[in-house]
Design a protein around this ligand. Sequence first.
Ligand SMILES: CSC[C@H]1O[C@@H](n2cnc3c(O)ncnc32)[C@H](O)[C@@H]1O
Ligand SMILES: [Zn+2]
Length: 431
Amino acid sequence: MKRLFVHATILTMKEGEKPLADAALAVEDDRIAYVGPVPSETDGYDEVVNMAGRAILPGFVNTHGHAAMSLLRGYADDDPLKTWLEEKIWPMEARFGPEQVRWGSALSVLEMIKGGTTCFLDMYDHMDQVGQVVEEAGIRAVLCRGAIGLCSEEERRAKLEEAVRFAREWNGAAQGRITTMMAPHAPYTCPPDYIARFVDKARELGLPLHTHMSETEAEVRQNVEQYGLRPVEHLRRLGVFDGPALVAHAVHLTPEEIAILAECGVKVSHNPGSNLKLGSGIAPIPQMLEAGIRPALGTDGPASNNNLDMLEEIRLAALIHKGVHRDPQAVPAPVALRMGTLYGAEALFLEDRIGTLEPGKKADFITIDLTGPHMQPLHDVESHLVYSASRDDVLDVYVDGRPLLRNRQCLTLDEEKIRYHAQKAFDAIRP
Ligand SMILES: CSC[C@H]1O[C@@H](n2cnc3c(O)ncnc32)[C@H](O)[C@@H]1O
Ligand SMILES: [Zn+2]
């Protein structure tokens, strides 16, 4: 299948490259074949689409979340992380079975597609259900069976075995759209020897590690009291940073810890919406950028955000650090956009495949309506996407060259069916 999109404003997201006006994007099967001026000859294409008044850019990459938690959206608000998890979320998650994970994840995947996300990371339980939703939806995903080690040794062993089985079986599934990671939940829920066992398995399987880290001040304090070390040094000594690793949150870091993360090449998923809502704090993103880290963005779960809107995370990332540092240049718009696209691809170790629009890469891209009044006058598309656009402006979503959303209509998932089953799945566990 050969498709040509013409007369678009194209943002390739390649470092230092400015938006291309009146440009064309050619797609052959699942890959990008051409980006540049509109060709004079358009014969030989199965479809030529006029994209005047639209931007084309790489799809957003959501680097941290728990999709099934959409069933708990609004169930527990306005609590700090520890209370939220221990008193509200974990008791409800104990009632979750495969049905809850299936329909909660389907609801989230639908929301993500409609908001322009083409790839997401998910850490949860019953992950076969999430894998099946990804297969059906046509989206790209990095999946990991998260493990909380606050249980018996027998249960810990079972969770680790399950994480290994899942990671082995699903890596490369859905025509390569799914990759996997190994995910001990956090240093405060996994004893050191348990994390070390995840590290060993990750190395054996050749997979990256993913974990929550330094999300709250209380968690850092607890780590020091329990192990005599702050989380960064604790995880470094356990070997987590000796291979590819992605940490979510990284809110409470010292300058020395930032230097360690930079030196070890650790990827960071910045989750501004979730961190604000749980009152966890604001990650030192400008300092990370200064140290050479390229932070990515994540929504975290829909119960702590409470949506999966990557344009909102991009905007938050561009705004909150300006306020905190009283510096309007703290996170400029082009950097915020790359945090939601290219840096996301890097954080998921997928930059060879996605993250920029260039020949040879997978055709994962979105189109955004530039004709709304809030997008006028069109001085600077990057500025408008970050500071003015909303997810309702996302018109089309393509993954592997396949349309998943066209003119805001999802082609792969049945919205009404998902809404019905998600409600039913929640009603079945309602306390
Ligand atoms: C073991 S599956 C994932 C586990 O993580 C929990 N979770 C959701 N949001 C957060 C967060 O912000 N910090 C730490 N843990 C979080 C989720 O409820 C699952 O139990
Ligand atoms: Zn999380």
